[in-house]
Write a protein that binds this ligand. Structure first.
Ligand code: GLN
Length: 238
C-alpha cells in the first residue's frame, strides 16, 4: 500500500510548523508499513491523478496573493477529488482560500477555490493564542491560532467544532473551522496533527478506504507521549 499526499504550496503556505502535519501522516503510515509519497505542488505544476490525501497550510496575506492565480487553475481538479471523497486538510491561509474569498486588511480581495462555502474578511485585530475545541467526531482538539481573517460559514458546510478557548472562525459564534465531505478546514496550527493523533488517523483511514473501497481498522500505535502532551496543552492558558 502506498499513499500519495498532495502538499499544496509548501514554499508560501507553511506557518507555525504546518509542515509537521505532513510528517505526522508520513510517520504514522510508516509505523504501520504503509508507504508514503509526498507530492509538493508549487505554482505551475500539474495535479496528478493518483492523489490520496490533500494538505495545505497557512500563509501570510502576501503569500496567499502569490498563489491566488495558480489556485484558480487547479481548483476544478481539487474540487473533483474532494467531491469524490478524498480526505483533505487545509489550515488557516489555505482554509480561507478553499472558500470563496479572503478580503485582507488592505482591502485586497483574494479569490478562493470556492470548494468550501465560506467567506473571510480581515477584522480590526489579529486573533492570536492557544486554542482548544470540542470537535464534531474527533474529541477535544488543541492548537494555536494567529489570523486576521474572520470567517463566516455558509449553509453547505458544517463547523469542524465548537470553541472551548480561543477565537476560532470569527471570535463571535463559537464555531471553529468547517467540514465538507472529507475536507476539513481549520484555523488550528500547532501543528494540529502531531498534537492530535486520533485526528491524523482519520486522514489515513479515509485515504485507504477511498483507494481500496474497503473499511480499514488501523493498527493501534503507542500514543502515550502524544496523550500526555495533549493533556498538558489542554491546561495551557491562551
Ligand atoms: N493571512 C491570513 C490571516 O491573517 C492567514 C494567516 C495564517 O495562515 N496564519 O488571516
Amino acid at each position: 500500500m502506498k499513499l500519495n499526499i498532495l502538499h499544496l504550496y509548501p514554499e508560501e503556505m507553511n506557518l507555525y510548523g504546518d509542515h509537521g502535519n505532513v510528517l505526522a501522516i508520513k510517520r504514522r503510515c510508516e509505523w504501520r508499513d504503509i508507504e508514503v509519497n509526498i507530492i509538493e505542488h508549487e505554482p505551475g505544476d500539474k495535479i496528478p491523478n493518483n492523489v490520496d490525501i490533500i494538505f495545505g497550510g497557512g500563509g501570510q496575506d502576501s503569500g496567499q496573493g502569490k498563489i491566488e492565480e495558480d489556485l484558480q487553475k487547479i481548483a476544478p481538479k481539487l474540487q473533483e477529488l474532494i467531491e469524490d471523497g478524498v480526505p483533505c486538510l487545509v489550515i488557516c491561509g489555505l482554509y480561507q482560500l478553499f472558500g470563496k474569498y479572503f478580503k485582507t486588511s488592505d482591502g485586497q480581495k483574494i479569490k478562493g477555490a470556492g470548494i468550501l462555502d465560506i467567506t473571510t474578511n480581515a477584522g480590526p485585530t489579529r486573533l492570536i493564542g492557544n486554542i482548544s475545541i470540542n470537535s464534531y467526531g474527533f474529541g477535544k482538539i488543541v492548537g494555536y491560532e494567529n489570523h486576521s481573517g474572520l470567517t463566516s460559514l455558509g449553509p453547505k458546510v458544517k463547523a469542524f467544532g465548537e470553541v472551548v478557548m480561543g477565537a476560532g472562525n470569527n471570535g463571535e459564534d463559537q464555531t471553529e473551522g468547517c467540514r465538507y465531505k472529507n475536507c476539513i478546514g481549520t484555523y488550528l496550527h500547532g501543528p494540529i496533527l502531531p498534537k492530535n493523533p486520533k485526528f491524523t488517523d482519520f486522514f489515513i483511514a479515509e485515504a485507504i478506504k477511498h483507494k481500496t473501497g474497503e473499511e480499514v481498522s488501523l493498527k493501534p500505535l503507542d500514543d502515550e507521549i502524544e496523550r500526555q502532551a495533549h493533556a498538558v496543552a489542554m491546561t495551557r492558558p491562551r
